[in-house]
Design a protein around this ligand. Structure first.
Ligand code: 9MR
Length: 477
């Protein structure tokens, strides 16, 4: 069944009948740091191992973070949190859990990262089966909602060969229907969800490292699917949760995502505008995922699968830009998840293609995921997968103005920006050791500092010019 599903979507992609909108004329916008610099975010999801852990924490140490930073120069994490951990009993928020999250956030803060908290769920909750493992002993299948918020009304959840298939088990569908209250029986659940987010935002409102809240991982509408779900209960939940967050936190970005099934594979989203009640400019961001079906089902990025995947990426990008630019009102894009099994043929080419698109879109990226294994940068024995070299490229991390174009190879970076005279902090650029073993040669800007340990170069462009182009190559080149 999965194979024919893939084929169907693939053929649709090849025929160009996926997302029909043709991108957007609205220029990319960026999340900014406290100095007003545009942030280009590159990092990982950390981590799947948190989903079912009793303490809700990922199996990820400070040493792991040091290794990630040294090997790839990341500046961002999509950090998994869960509703079941935040609100283990109705109306009771677990401050000890939030302490643990805050502790992990401090690791990132000490290393100059920005954090997006992701209220994760997969197939609603760990309570969809008694063992919390989907009934087949396969590990962390269902996660997210607390058991007390899981109402399956006695409907079945049978063991499935693939975790995604649990979504269409009757008990899981009903749990979602009750959450969205399309059954009319549980109006309290979305209210709890919004209030749980408020408890999180209350904790992190004053924390400069936490820049964004990803309101719900991979939303699923139960028996209501597509635009009626996205424009209906999903948008209503986003609005309600945004309002709840803004009562305690005016500054963090609120990230919204489309329905996952379909949109992650290139179909168009029917999400509608979310209004940010904060004083000043809105701080909503769009955080979609990308999982072309051929790759997700185990085909490599070659032959027909590559053709179908490319068509998926093209359609996906056009729709993402349309929703971010035209529907949500010119908001920043952060790709909350992209990832694949790096042992598949053509994996490097696929990663390059996605990151090229992200760069052109002005989008942040959180790769799925940092968990050890063939999808991640390291295997359980600590050896690197090809992901490390694929991702370890120069990039501008924080730009004193608006980046209009940038590109890089391992030993060259070029950035064009519209400088913002109000921003006094310098532009910060990451340069990997492989391409920049010694000094740097900078054209188009003055060097403020080149720190060979952190691999960070800071530069200042001339004030007053409408645009500036900075080119960085190794010294002596
Ligand atoms: O990679 C994860 C896999 O090990 C889990 O069994 C599964 C269910 O919890 O989730 C996978 O991660 C998914 C993430 O939670 C949501 N987006 C897609 C990810 C990859 O399938």
């Amino acid at each position: 069944m999965a194979g024919s599903l893939a084929l169907g979507a693939g053929v649709a992609a090849a025929q160009g009948s996926l997302a029909s909108s043709g991108g957007s004329d609205v220029a990319p916008s960026y999340i900014t740091d406290d100095d007003g610099r545009s942030l280009i975010l590159r990092g990982f999801n950390t981590a799947s191992s948190a989903k079912s852990a009793p303490d809700g924490m990922p199996d990820f140490t400070e040493a792991d973070l040091d290794r990630e930073q040294a090997d790839m120069g990341t500046n961002f994490v999509r950090f998994l949190i869960s509703w079941r951990s935040v609100e283990p009993a109705p109306g009771q928020y677990d401050q000890a859990y939030l302490d643990r999250v805050e502790d992990r956030v401090s690791w990132y803060a000490e290393r100059g990262y920005k954090v997006m908290l992701d209220m994760h769920q997969d197939v609603y909750s760990g309570a969809i089966t008694p063992a919390g493992d989907g009934g087949n002993g396969a590990g962390n299948i269902g996660n997210g909602a607390p058991a007390w918020a899981t109402f399956m009304d006695g409907l079945a959840v049978k063991p499935q060969p693939r975790w995604e298939l649990y979504y269409i088990q009757p008990g899981v569908m009903r749990a979602f229907d009750n959450f969205w209250n399309t059954t009319g029986k549980h109006p309290e659940l979305v209210e709890h969800y919004a209030n749980a987010w408020q408890a999180v935002a209350e904790r992190f409102a004053g924390n400069d490292t936490v820049v964004a809240y990803d309101l719900m991982n991979e939303p699923f509408g139960g028996s209501m699917q597509g635009p009626s779900f996205e424009a209906g209960p999903l948008a209503a939940m986003y609005q309600r949760t945004t309002n709840a967050i803004r009562q305690v936190d005016q500054d963090s970005w609120v990230c919204v995502a489309p329905q996952a099934i379909g949109v992650n594979q290139g179909l168009s989203s029917g999400l509608t505008k979310i209004n940010d009640p904060r004083a000043g400019e809105q701080r909503i961001a769009y955080c979609p995922h990308l999982y072309p079906l051929p790759l997700d089902l185990g085909d490599g990025y070659s032959g027909l699968s590559r053709t179908l995947t490319d068509a998926t990426i093209t359609a996906w990008r056009a729709d993402i830009e349309h929703v971010a630019g035209d529907v949500l009102g010119g908001v920043p894009i952060i790709i909350g998840e992209i990832g694949l099994d790096t042992t598949l043929p053509g994996a490097t080419d696929y990663i390059d293609r996605v990151y090229t698109n992200a760069r052109e879109m002005g989008a942040g990226v959180a790769y799925w995921s940092s968990d050890p294994g063939p999808w991640g940068p390291y295997l359980p024995d600590g050896s690197q997968t090809l992901l490390v070299d694929s991702l370890n490229k120069p990039y501008p991390r924080a730009v004193a103005g608006t980046p209009t174009e940038w590109s890089s190879t391992v030993d060259r970076l070029q950035l064009t920006l519209t400088p913002d005279p109000a921003v006094t902090a310098p532009t910060e650029i990451y340069l990997p050791e492989s391409g920049f073993p010694g000094g740097v040669k900078v054209e188009g800007a003055d060097v403020v500092n080149w720190d060979r340990d952190s691999r960070l170069l800071t530069v200042r462009t001339a004030t007053g010019a409408p645009t500036a182009t900075v080119t960085v190559t190794p010294a002596g080149s």
